[in-house]
Design a protein around this ligand. Structure first.
Ligand code: PMP
Ligand code: GLU
Length: 397
């Protein structure tokens, strides 16, 4: 059977495939330490599960409005006001099957073939593929560790052109954990407003933030920026609900309508029961979230200390999300047991086969001198995994 050109262009999600490979090895009895996972290792809080059970018993098992139930839209409207000082009407909210789906809808609804989309790197894996699927032209801007892996105004000004349609911002960011300050967003916002660039602001890691930093949504800075922005968020990361598949977008009404119409011909509504559970997540106790953030903070600090002690490895301190993105620039070109390490992909392959440690090579995020470690795994696993990584890296000649 002949494949469509667009299908031939797609590469599978490397984050999901590495995680799946590690899980398969674990299921086959291998003692793999999995740093590949992009999902919290905690269970969904009990009150959220209960809300799903109640929804089932109440018979909430039918189609809902395409863009989400009135109850969930209302909960999202209140959340955006309380947490982000953003005023939206329910018709400006579109609930989808995970934040990934919200991003997909937004890019499909707002990007024409040939449009340039600015993508600061390192970037999360699916942005690039979703841009390509819409026929957009990614304009990748390499950010630097010296700037905290954040796009500067000068870097933005250097790439923005009359063909620029959109920029994707992700704060806190995957894979670097970079968090933009209010001032940094305001400075970028000034340029974007002047050039009328649509902003996709992926805020899925909003709640996973450390060191007392504040999360700021670029849409909240002024009404002009709000008119240009689609805010993307969801319940996957903050409430350990990755499998429930609920994400959402908040956007100017015509964009929200276009995204809803698009969704009406693809998935229709996201699962009714998961929507009911998401109402409980957003409106119920936030105590499980506080505990999870405290635990992530402990793990981040421990891992940073251990990684920094390995010769040839340097690691940027992330302020959010649950990933570390160490650089192995100091090791590239050297060898392990006669095998040359030419890139972080080579190292990732050695770590998996020799040390049974799964990491995601940075090439997936646009930087093959780094690799990504998720600390969404127990401190016990982290200790063991770092022992194994340390053993490999100290034997590099
Ligand atoms: N954005 C980023 C930056 C992510 O890391 C993820 C991870 N899955 C998503 C969006 C998608 O989240 P969801 O599971 O809600 O689709
Ligand atoms: N976002 C997570 C990650 O980066 C989950 C996997 C995925 O959806 O790509 O690993």
């Amino acid at each position: 059977m002949k494949l469509a050109a667009r299908a031939k262009e797609i590469s599978p999600s490397p984050t999901l495939s590495i995680d799946a490979r590690a899980k398969k090895m674990i299921a086959a009895g291998e003692k793999v330490i999995n740093f590949g996972a992009g999902e919290p290792d905690f269970d969904t809080p009990e009150h959220i599960k209960q809300a799903a059970v109640e929804a089932l018993h109440k018979g909430m098992t039918k189609y809902t409005p395409v863009g989400g139930t009135p109850a969930l839209k209302e909960a999202i409207v209140r959340k955006l006001k309380a947490d982000n000082n953003l005023d939206y009407a329910p018709e400006q909210i579109v609930v989808s099957c995970g934040a990934k789906h919200s991003l997909y809808n937004a890019i499909q609804a707002l990007c024409d073939p040939g449009d340039e989309i600015i993508l600061p790197a390192p970037y999360w894996v699916s942005y690039l593929e979703q841009i390509k699927l819409a026929g957009g032209r990614p304009v990748i801007v390499q950010t630097r560790a010296e700037n905290g892996f954040k796009l500067t105004v000068e870097e933005l000004e250097a790439v923005v052109s009359p063909r620029t349609r959109m920029i994707i911002l992700n704060s806190p960011g995957n894979p670097t954990g970079a968090v933009y300050t209010r001032e940094e967003l305001a400075a970028l916002g000034e340029v974007l407003l002047q050039k009328k660039v649509t902003i996709i602001s992926d805020e899925i890691y909003e709640k996973l933030i450390y060191d007392g930093l504040e999360h700021v949504s670029i849409a909240s800075l002024n009404p002009g920026l709000k008119e240009l922005t689609v805010v993307i968020n969801g319940v996957s990361k903050a409430y350990s609900m990755t499998g429930w598949r609920i994400g959402y977008a908040a956007a100017p009404a015509p964009a929200a309508k276009a995204m809803t119409d698009l969704q009406s011909h693809s998935t229709s509504n996201p699962t009714s029961i998961a929507q009911a559970a998401s109402v409980a997540a957003l409106t119920g106790t936030q105590e499980p979230l506080r505990q999870m953030v405290a635990e992530f903070n402990r793990r981040r600090d421990y891992m940073l200390e251990r990684l920094s002690a390995i010769p040839g490895v340097s690691c940027f301190k992330p302020s959010g999300a649950f990933y570390l993105f160490p650089s192995i620039a100091g090791i590239i070109g050297r060898a392990y047991k006669g095998k040359t390490i030419g890139s972080a992909s080579d190292l990732a392959a050695i770590l998996l086969t020799e040390a049974k440690v799964a990491v995601v090579p940075g090439v997936a995020f646009g930087d093959d001198r780094c690799f990504r470690l998720s600390y969404a795994t127990s401190l016990e696993n982290i200790k063991e995994g770092l022992d194994r990584i340390g053993e490999v890296l100290t034997s590099v000649k």
